[in-house]
Design a binder for this molecule. Structure first.
Ligand code: B1M
Length: 231
């Protein structure tokens, strides 16, 4: 290690978080993994490590991407570093021993390859006791339909990060309606460019601002669905 290299374990928690934001920005996967491990050994909850260390760092990357300061290759490196950190947190988020809550099929819509947020939602849902079938990115209507027919989930979750791909969610929902299947599933949607109004307009059951909201919404809507089924 050269003299000017930073030893992450020498940093206070606040300094470590700021350093992790820098390391995420620079796409340094190993450093991010080390930072996440350090936070966990210092007693941070996986959720706090995720939101304060990784998600907050990715917000800075997003702003500079928007402003033309960062470009796709750099953002890909940042995304790769983020995934490194998430892979450490995933088993910790899942290992809560939560009771089985229901099942969700989730995927990013056609034309869209953003998957970090969707992966996060999947992890948090698993951590809350949901069984999750992740369809990955770039899903066509047929892909969603095949998965829900095979899996018979309680919830269909769709993610879109682009204003050009978010309308595809309506295509999926309209197809469910045409096939008389819409009422069989709770449809939850999310992604940075969406909002409540959009979700309502396309006929989704709920818009989820983030992964924590997705979990709470899923719990509420699944409980309501099961109560209706019993009535
Ligand atoms: Co893209 N990209 N990108 N990108 N990218 C955005 C989305 C953008 C806002 C950047 C910007 O300009 N500021 C912009 C979209 C603008 C717009 O549509 N108006 C943009 C663009 C333009 C593009 C390209 C077109 C760039 C280009 O090629 N010129 C291209 C498109 C590729 C494609 O999809 N066809 C592109 C490519 C990429 C990379 C491949 C480089 C990379 C993706 C890597 C990956 O995902 N594996 C990338 C990234 C990383 C981003 C930003 C910087 C970060 C996204 C992210 O991971 N955020 C993003 C800027 C931003 O969003 N601020 C940007 C962190 C994540 C935790 O948050 O995904 O919002 P998020 O998920 C949250 C909530 O939204 C919610 O919960 C999550 C967790 O809390 N949520 C759900 C998400 N999905 C949900 C589903 C649910 C519920 C909740 O279901 C129930």
């Amino acid at each position: 290690m050269s003299d000017d290299e930073i030893n992450l374990s020498d940093l206070s928690d606040d300094e470590l978080i700021l350093q992790m934001h820098d390391d995420l920005y620079d796409g340094l996967r190993e450093e991010i993994e080390e930072g996440v491990n350090l936070l966990i050994t210092r007693g941070w909850t996986p959720y706090d490590a995720l939101t304060k260390g990784l998600v907050a760092g990715m917000t800075i990357v997003g702003a500079d991407f928007r402003d033309g300061i960062l470009f796709v290759p750099e953002v890909l490196l940042a995304a790769n570093a983020m995934k490194g950190g998430m892979s450490i947190l995933k088993p910790l988020l899942i290992a809560t021993g939560a009771p089985r809550m229901g099942k969700m099929v989730i995927g990013t819509v056609k034309g869209d390859i953003h998957d970090i947020g969707k992966n996060l939602v999947g992890m948090m849902m698993e951590g809350a006791g949901f069984e999750v079938r992740d369809l990955g990115i770039n899903n066509s209507v047929d892909s969603y339909l095949a998965a829900i027919e095979a899996e018979q989930p309680d919830i269909l979750g769709m993610s879109a990060l682009l204003t050009t791909t978010m309308p595809y969610m309506k295509v999926v929902i309209d197809t469910l309606k045409e096939k008389g299947m819409r009422e069989d599933y709770i449809v939850m949607v999310g992604g940075a460019p969406l909002n409540e109004e959009f979700a309502k307009a396309i006929g989704a059951d709920a818009y989820c601002r983030d992964a924590a909201v997705a979990v709470e919404t899923a719990k509420t809507l699944v409980a309501r669905k099961h109560n209706q089924a019993r009535a």
